[in-house]
Design a protein around this ligand. Structure first.
Ligand code: CP
Ligand code: NVA
Length: 314
């Protein structure tokens, strides 16, 4: 049976910063191990009978299906709690929901709008709370992204990643994660769409201490020069639909296409957390082309989250 370290038992993942670099590395190591086990047909029912309660206030395909499948493969179960049933912050407070759910389930996954609701659930839950995306952050995505980059390059330290597009939830969590592994991270966004991060200086310091960098620019062509990873995400995140037309105009020139990718390193891969908007932030020939790591990246959500669950659920 696969050995699972116990030092993360009971921990929340509300944001990437909840885990130290070493704890993130432990999670990625277990994720690699679980991926190999699944491919080899090796049994790995590490959470028999455990139950994950899942709260979704926004649509999801990858997050919901990968957590459901992951719990099933670990020998556990999931309960999907729809917005109308839970009414987080409306029908019932986050505190009361956290307290009651903790008496039933072994962990709580939540995808919602406000980061504060995830933080409040974590404050009052006596079981681990996992953030499945908020307006501010998407730590589970970052785990799978880091796993995918390490899988491709054999390391994270020193890898040059250019994030091109909106400085959104995915960008912020990736930037945080990259800094903790000493990656060279640059985000190219239009003016006004920079990753607004309360502690960007601190993130930069973390990167520098580990031999990495965190840079911001408004020039996508310069950003991808020599990059080993070109990363993009939608220009219009869930909840911003009314801004779609304005954003299309504001992001002109920031689409990941042949011209942009040609400036990256010869070994460069292209990543996208999905769902993709063909012809907007990414062109079809790139998404389906030889440099695309997008499908491995989506698959790795499953393995990275199984590792997280096995580590935090007691
Ligand atoms: N990348 C991601 O989180 O996908 P879903 O919105 O489909 O869960
Ligand atoms: N930034 C996107 C990510 C979707 C997985 C959003 O929040 O809609």
């Amino acid at each position: 049976m696969i050995e699972v370290p116990h030092h993360l038992a009971g921990r929340h993942l509300t944001r990437i910063n909840d885990f130290s670099s070493e704890e993130l590395r432990d999670t990625l190591d277990l994720a690699d191990r679980l991926k190999a086990a699944q491919k080899a047909g090796e049994p790995h029912e590490l959470l028999p009978g455990k139950v994950l309660g899942m709260i979704f206030h926004k649509p999801s395909m990858r997050t919901r299906v990968s957590f459901e499948t992951g719990m099933a493969q670990l020998g556990g179960h999931t309960i999907n709690l729809r917005e109308e049933e839970i009414g987080l912050g409306e029908r019932e407070t986050a505190r009361d929901i956290a307290t009651v759910l903790s008496r039933y389930v072994d962990a709580i996954l939540v995808r919602t709008f406000a980061q504060e609701h995830v933080d409040e659930l974590a404050e009052y839950a006596s079981v681990p709370v996992i953030n499945g995306l908020t307006d501010q952050t998407h730590p589970c995505q970052a785990l799978a992204d880091l796993m995918t980059i390490r899988e491709r390059f054999g390391t994270l330290s020193g890898i040059r990643l250019a994030y091109v597009g909106d400085g959104n939830n995915v960008c912020r969590s990736l930037m945080r994660g990259a800094s903790k592994f000493g990656m060279r991270f640059i985000a190219a966004t239009p003016e006004g769409y920079e990753p607004r991060h309360r502690s960007i200086d601190e993130t930069r310091q973390v990167a520098i201490q580990r031999g990495g960098t965190v840079e911001l620019t408004n020039d996508p062509l310069a950003a991808v020069e020599g990059a080993q990873v070109v990363y993009t995400d939608t220009w219009t995140s869930m909840g911003q639909e009314a801004e779609h037309d304005r954003r299309l105009r504001d992001f002109a020139g920031f689409g990941v296409d042949d011209d942009l990718v040609a400036r990256a390193g010869d070994d460069a891969i292209v990543m996208h957390c999905l769902p993709a908007h063909h012809g907007e932030e990414i062109e079809e020939d790139i998404l389906y082309g030889p440099r695309s790591a997008v499908w491995d990246q989506a698959e790795n959500r499953l393995h990275a989250q199984k590792a997280l669950l096995a580590l935090v659920v007691q």
